[in-house]
Design a protein around this ligand. Structure first.
Ligand code: SF4
Length: 635
């Protein structure tokens, strides 16, 4: 493998035999699939047999990082994990940040392919170009933070660690892994897949860095970008507030409770979770190794009965996203939500799936659709009841049996009448609701995403609220920055509603694919400084490949097609690309005002036909007749 950008090595781990093997990364794969998410997808194709069950030993877990990681490029820190996920049986990737990707390359590896099942718990340790499986009997049963602390004590504070908690060990299908105590990895159940393999953690340490083909050009590009970023007018605010710098936007986009039927009141959100509440914690900011806008935080409660409680989190905003569902924070306790999130992270549980499943159940009970006497744990919104549910689920107690196969078992348990209200696409709960701020690409992408709803594959300027059609040139420029072709931009803009969101989503997904294949963070205050042109220049300077923007466009499109085909082979089809029924009923605010689903600019209420037409446009933009993805002959 070429000596630049990549470490040139793939580690194969067979947990059944305990054998480890190292193979060269094929330069052709690096060239055509770029790295990170792209090469992961190709490795999944090679190592996955159709029909493999997510928790069977044969289901591979592929961990990878991109060619920008370890080169000092701003925000190049991403670890990508690809597998078949147990929550809904889809095959896709999950992405996280912090140090692990840099340390994996530091230890000499671009990708790891893990198959089989160990007889006893193990940790995979990567150290300076070698790898070992070590006994993890003493770690099994510990939470994610305790596990990480022990491994950092053994391998040093600079080690990167991916760890699962008791939820993963017990194969809960919405178990996550935690990376370096501050970044989640594996929405959809990566933690359960690792747990089923008896893999407690992966620790990586090493000082190697990829060689850079054209160091002067690389240095010029990196320092120009950093200077631009530091001059950004919001830079100081980001350093001060982290992800909370976007609170005013986030609270308007993400305030929904009672199973997405009501808007959580904005004034109450401000009082119980807003900036003043956030500032009442002692926050220490930290971030990924290459980042000048670190936004992770450790929080300490400085007053009251929980004084001295400390936690680390990817963002304080999560405490609002979770807390609003259960009205957790109260005027006399504004710390409840942060404290509960700490429990979820320690157990290794996805806060969204856990939260929305319980919110769904409690709402069905409160609206009289569900007989709560069938449940042995109270269906009430309280810290204590939630803790009881969490404990019962994580340790697979009979009282929580209806949760043990995720939404599937829960819907079987509650029956058809309640199932109509489930906030699901492809058996995974939605994260963004177009009734609040209109149908942008993040909202729409949840419908067509191979994985079902995920964090931000559809990121675009539609994330911003309050833009009007007068701002259309912003969208055009953004599409250009993401690398959409001129003809593609024309098709997106050629819409009576100002934007054709179906067509635009294809370009947001392709941009997400490129960022994740390079290893670049997709946070809006990072990704806004990148363009396809810059990615191309950096890629050429780092790897020595000489590619143009068309090469990137074709690679991104091909990677997405590969993922779609992997899922088609498991029976997923265009009939799965449908919005949840609840989106077609109004969401109400505290005064009873209805919020209905409209286009992004709020011009028209959207019907099922409108959504279907955008789904068809999305397929058309991808070149998938009737949603059927086909690999071009020459690929
Ligand atoms: S913005 Fe946050 S997630 Fe992104 S690279 Fe910086 S610290 Fe990491």
């Amino acid at each position: 493998m070429g000596a630049f950008g990549y470490m040139g090595k793939i580690l194969y781990v067979d947990l059944h035999s305990g054998e480890l093997a190292i193979e060269e990364l094929d330069p052709k794969d690096a060239y055509s699939s770029l790295g990170g998410m792209g090469v992961n997808t190709k490795l999944m194709e090679k190592n996955y047999a159709p029909g493999t069950e997510p928790l069977s030993p044969e289901n591979p877990v592929i961990i990878g990082s991109g060619p920008f990681v370890g080169t000092g490029v701003q925000g190049a820190s991403k670890t990508v994990a690809t597998t078949r996920f147990p929550l809904n049986g889809t095959i896709s990737e999950s992405v996280g940040s912090m140090r692990f990707a840099t340390t994996m390359k530091g230890a000499g590896f671009d990708h790891i392919v893990i198959t089989g099942r160990s007889k006893k718990p193990v940790v995979l340790a990567l150290e300076n170009e070698s790898a070992h499986l070590i006994d993890a009997g003493d770690l099994w049963g510990l939470d994610t933070i305790e596990t990480t602390d022990q491994l950092k004590a053994k391998y040093g504070g600079k080690a990167g660690v991916i760890a699962i908690g008791p939820a993963g060990e017990n194969n809960i299908p919405f178990a996550l892994a935690l990376m370096d105590k501050a970044s989640t990895l594996g929405r959809g159940g990566l933690g359960a897949v690792l747990g089923s393999k008896k893999m407690k953690a992966i620790a990586a340490v090493g000082n190697r860095r990829p060689k850079i083909h054209s160091p002067d050009e690389h240095k010029r590009l990196v320092s120009t970008m950093r200077e631009r970023l530091k001059r950004f007018k919001e830079h100081k605010r980001i350093l001060e507030l982290g992800f909370m710098e976007g609170w005013d936007t986030l609270v308007r986009k993400l305030s929904f409770c009672n199973n997405f039927s009501q808007v959580f009141p904005f004034d109450k959100a401000n009082d119980l979770y807003g900036l003043d509440v956030y500032k009442s914690f002692k926050a220490n900011r930290f971030g990924c190794p290459s980042c000048v806008t670190p936004d992770k935080e450790s929080l300490e409660i400085v007053d009251g009965p929980f004084k001295g409680f400390k936690t680390t989190t990817t963002s304080y905003i999560n405490s609002y996203l979770f807390g609003q569902l259960f009205d957790l924070n109260k005027p006399d306790d504004i710390t409840a939500s942060v404290r509960f999130l700490d429990q979820l992270d320690r157990m290794g549980v996805d806060m969204f799936t856990f939260g929305h499943m319980l919110d769904f159940l409690i709402t069905e009970h409160e609206t009289g659709n569900l007989d709560s006497t069938r449940f042995r744990i109270p269906l009430v919104k309280s810290f204590e009841a939630l803790s009881e549910w969490l404990n019962a689920i994580v340790y697979r107690k009979q009282s929580a049996e209806m949760f043990l196969s995720g939404w599937k078992s829960l819907l079987d348990y509650v029956g058809n009448q309640c199932s109509l209200h489930a906030p699901l696409i492809k058996n995974c709960e939605v994260l963004y609701d177009p009734r609040l701020t209109g149908m942008g690409t993040m909202e729409f992408e949840q419908i067509v995403s191979p994985k079902g709803p995920r964090s931000n594959a559809g990121g675009s300027p539609t994330f911003i609220i309050g833009l009007t059609e007068e701002n259309l040139p912003i969208f055009s420029r953004h599409l250009d920055r993401m690398g959409a072709s001129e003809a593609g931009i024309r098709r997106v803009m050629d819409s009576p509603l100002g934007l054709n969101i179906g067509r635009m989503t294809r370009y947001s997904e392709d941009w997400y694919t490129i960022l994740n294949s390079m290893g670049i963070c997709n946070r809006h205050f990072n990704n806004r400084f990148y363009s396809l042109d810059l990615c191309c220049k950096l890629f050429n300077a780092i790897t020595g490949f000489e590619v143009d923007m068309n090469h990137f466009r074709n690679a991104a499109s091909e990677i997405w097609t590969r993922i779609r085909i992997l899922n088609q082979n498991e029976g997923f089809a265009h009939s799965d690309d449908r919005p949840p029924d609840i989106w077609f009923s109004p969401m109400l605010d505290a005064r009873g005002n209805p919020y209905v689903m409209t286009d992004y600019f709020g011009k028209e209420e959207l019907t099922r036909d409108d959504i279907s037409n955008w789904v068809k446009d999305y397929y058309d933009e991808r070149g998938w007749p009737d949603g059927l993805a086909i690999m071009p002959e020459e690929s």
